[in-house]
Write a protein of this length. Structure first.
Ligand SMILES: C[S@@+](CC[C@H](N)C(=O)[O-])C[C@H]1O[C@@H](n2cnc3c(N)ncnc32)[C@H](O)[C@@H]1O
Length: 199
């Protein structure tokens, strides 16, 4: 849907994102649109905003895009993202473990349809991010976790401990340098999109 435009418009933006992963995002974000799944979108670990461009392209004007990164990179990302989404973009220039991020669980509990975890890849931080995501994820929402093969044990352990209800492995796109994005859904894929097999 937006993949070709993303490739063209993000070409000059530095970042760490595989085209295969973004193609998978494009598909599932479009599926959410088609199924009228609405909600905010969150990215933890923004850098210059490259992967966030796809989220900005796919978000409806009224849907909030929340970008979390504690570094000055996010200032540049805010300018970049502003070219693709002019309203309802919120930058949280803090760590994902900060009070500002956890405050989202009060005001916006279970209201995020898309959550990308791509911040500090240390085990403790990823566990924080999965715990946060489990409280923010909406029904039919999707969580993407970057570099999950290198964190495979942690993530399989964490998802069992963190998510009370079953989450369904959705997709894993692996690139040549071992970067990947794995996604989980709060619901079973069969009820999300008929005619699509995940076997
Ligand atoms: C791999 S880069 C993100 C790549 C980005 N998604 C892209 O499209 O290019 C990781 C980013 O996570 C940020 N980061 C590090 N620790 C973080 C934390 N505790 N919370 C949020 N972001 C963090 C770093 O500043 C860095 O910009």
């Amino acid at each position: 849907m937006y993949f070709e435009r993303f490739q063209k418009d993000s070409a000059e933006v530095p970042g760490f994102v595989m085209p295969e992963s973004i193609a998978v995002w494009d598909f599932f974000l479009a599926e959410q649109q088609g199924k009228r799944v609405a909600g905010a979108l969150l990215e933890i670990g923004v850098y210059y905003g490259k992967s966030a461009i796809m989220l900005a392209m796919q978000a409806r004007p009224e849907e909030e895009l929340v970008l979390v990164d504690p570094t000055d990179f996010v200032d540049q990302a805010a300018i970049t993202i502003g070219k693709f989404k002019s309203e309802n973009v919120r930058i949280i220039k803090k760590k994902s473990s900060s009070h500002a991020c956890w405050a989202l669980t009060k005001d916006q509990k279970h209201s995020f349809r898309w959550i990308h975890i791509d911040g500090d890849h240390k085990a403790q931080t990823v566990e924080n991010d999965l715990r946060l995501a489990s409280q923010l994820l909406a029904e039919k929402g999707i969580i993407c976790v970057d570099d999950s093969p290198s964190l495979g044990f942690l993530i399989s352990r964490s998802t069992k401990q963190i998510f009370r209800e079953p989450v369904t492995p959705l997709e894993s796109a692996r690139g040549g340098n071992n970067m990947s994005i794995t996604a989980w859904m709060r619901i079973r894929i069969e009820s999300f999109t008929s005619g699509f097999s995940h076997e």
